[in-house]
Structure formats: C-alpha cells, structure tokens
Ligand binder design. Structure first.
Ligand code: NI
Length: 142
C-alpha cells in the first residue's frame, strides 16, 4: 500500500516555475507533481551519495567509451575490475565499431569506494569518455 500524499504550497519566481514546467514537459512528465517528486528524489539521492562516502551503501553505473587498440587499456580495465571485484556487480561490453568499445559497469559499495573505482577507470589512457551515474538502493526513498 502506498504512503499517504502531502500537499504543500511553494513560493517561487514565476519565470523559474515556467522554466521548470517547460523542461518537465520536454522530458515527458504528465504532471508538475511527478516532476517535483523526481526533482526531490534526485536531490535526496545526491545527498545520500555525499553522506555515504564512508558508511552507507550506494549503487551506480560507470559508463566508459574507449579505444581497445590503445596499448594495455583493455587489460587495465579488466585488472581494475578484478581488483575491485567486491564492488563490481556486472558489466556489459559492446563493440561499437572497429576501434571503439562501450562498457557499462554496475557497481555497489560505499560512495567513496565507488567514486574511487570510477576515477581509476575513467582516467586510464585510451578511455575517451567516462561517467559515473549515481543511483540509490531505494531502501530509504519513497
Ligand atoms: Ni569491444
């Protein structure tokens, strides 16, 4: 059964609300309430990541695009993932073209562990683009 909903009034500049509504509509939100709920959840997840750098558990994905012909890049990526095997849940590898690979790595651990692993992978030579996408285990979020 879902939690009871609260209604509240917010005072914000009209232009700010118009921008928010326009962006929300562009993203496909059917109602302002759902857009506001997601914006609040985003803010809470971001805070959860900051707070859980040493303790609490977080989940996320590391997205990498790299040139597999760059010497040692593939080996280094595999070595790092084995070294941090307790934080790596799964990975998906796609050969984009003759040279470029897309790798998506699902990670779980403290915010600090996951951030350090992402930094280590993204900074490798041959990695053209990388991003850590932070999410939540969902347990503390309605
Ligand atoms: Ni590949």
């Amino acid at each position: 059964m879902s939690e009871p909903l609260s209604r509240f009034t917010v005072s914000i500049p009209q232009s700010l609300l118009e921008q928010f509504d326009a962006v929300s509509a562009g993203k496909g939100y059917g109602s302002r309430s759902e857009a506001v709920r997601d914006a609040i959840r985003d803010s809470l997840v971001e805070h959860q990541w900051t707070e859980s750098r040493e303790a609490g558990e977080v989940v996320g994905t590391i997205v990498l695009v790299y040139d597999h012909q760059t010497r040692r890049t593939s080996e280094e990526l595999i070595d790092q993932q084995h070294h941090h095997h307790h934080n790596v849940l799964s990975s998906l590898h796609i050969h984009l073209d003759e040279r470029n690979c897309l790798e998506v790595i699902v990670v779980r651990g403290t915010g600090s562990e996951v951030s350090h692993l992402a930094d280590a992978l993204i900074s490798l030579r041959g990695v053209k683009h990388g991003r850590l996408v932070c999410s939540t285990t969902g347990t503390d979020l309605a």
